[in-house]
Write a protein that binds this ligand. Structure first.
Ligand code: IPM
Ligand code: MN
Length: 353
């Protein structure tokens, strides 16, 4: 029996409630598929910060290395300075563990969830590979002469050869493993941001090693347009950190909403972090109305990553079945209680084998 070690960081807002349901489904999957695990909880987030003044101690990043994976809920709270906790906890985990891939599948499980007319599950089935350690997220830059008429604010977008090459290479591998058309699209804005020429050139070079993968290119603005007009056109797409952040919220809406979209922050072969892509939705905190499916799908991605592909597949299937049958009629907050959705999916997973 394999024994996994998971670090669990529920965080802020609805984080605790959705993580609880994710863990319920994890327990059901362990029972059905015969693996064993231990989890350790970390209290970091707004409440902890307001009580202690501590965001995320440095020692935690060292401790994280001893786990197989990290399961995170959501970070962010209006009582705390904008971005402070997000940068320390989410950013800290991504940067300090060098989780250079942010893997974001966009998959429609049932036609009725899609806001687009006449689009079917087969039409919306794509994966975004978002670079996760560079771009406008490094906090290079700052504010000068704040509050004066001469105020200047800068934020530098950085791209390294190493950073874009490893993201692009990973994306080619994802495309190769997928059953779909084996097509990889580079999404950038190299016509306006000439620094992104490094992506264009690196993509062309790495493509030489993958003659079996069809490649193409879309500027981010056009990619947003195509996502709505012809989503079936996408298979795997690779893009920069900031564009990947933005376009995957659009992608989440194509699958039915932020209530279902999950992500993996990955350094292949090393401890990686899995989280819903939604935020902490503080207004729903403690109300048992948030949809926990995105956190449950993050658990599925985490299990797939550690090598429990069958358990991951069973969770995905349980989610799909409960949606297709309309037992879970919509992904919007308040449709069904948070704990009830978790129990329904856990029951389906417990019945799977
Ligand atoms: C995400 C989030 C984060 C990001 C925020 C909370 C910093 O929006 O994971 O998509 O921008 O990466
Ligand atoms: Mn985001």
């Amino acid at each position: 029996m394999s024994k996994y070690h998971f670090a669990v960081l529920p965080g802020d807002g609805i984080g605790e409630e959705v993580v609880r349901e994710g863990l319920k489904v994890l327990a059901a999957a362990a029972g059905s598929f015969g693996f064993d695990y231990e989890s350790r909880h970390y209290p970091f987030g707004a409440d902890h910060y307001l009580e202690t003044g501590e965001t995320m101690p440095e020692s935690v990043f060292t401790e994280f290395q001893d786990f197989d994976a990290i399961f995170m809920g959501a970070i962010g709270d209006p009582r705390v300075e904008t971005g402070l906790l997000e940068h320390a906890i989410i950013g800290g985990t991504r940067f300090k563990l060098d989780l250079y891939i942010n893997l974001r599948p966009v998959k429609l499980y049932s036609e009725h969830l899609c806001p687009l007319k006449d689009k079917k599950p087969a039409d919306i089935d794509m994966v975004f590979v978002r670079e996760n350690t560079e771009d406008a997220y490094t906090r290079l830059g700052g504010i000068f002469k704040q509050g004066t008429p001469d105020e200047v604010a800068t934020a530098t977008m950085i791209y390294t050869r190493k950073g874009c090459e490893r993201a692009i290479r990973y994306a080619f591998e994802v495309a190769r493993k997928r059953a779909k058309r084996k097509k990889l699209t580079l999404v950038d804005k190299a016509n306006a941001i000439r620094a992104q020429d490094i992506w264009t050139r690196t993509f062309a070079e790495v493509a030489q090693e993958y003659p079996d993968i069809e490649t193409n290119h879309a500027y981010i603005d056009a990619a947003c347009m195509w996502m709505l007009k012809n989503p079936e056109w996408f298979d795997v797409a690779v893009t920069t950190n900031i564009f990947g952040d933005i376009i995957t919220d659009l992608g989440a809406m194509l699958q039915g909403g932020l209530g279902i979209a999950a992500s993996g922050n990955i350094h292949p072969g090393k401890v990686s972090m899995f989280e819903p892509i939604h935020g902490s939705a503080p207004k729903y905190r403690g109300k048992n109305v948030a949809n926990p499916i995105a956190a449950i799908m993050a658990v599925a991605m985490m299990l797939d990553y550690v090598g429990e592909a069958r358990a991951a597949g069973a969770i995905e299937q349980a989610v799909q079945e409960n949606i297709v049958s309309r037992r879970i009629p919509s992904l919007d907050a308040g449709t069904l209680p948070t704990d009830r959705i978790g129990s329904m999916i856990a029951a389906s997973v417990a019945a799977a084998r």
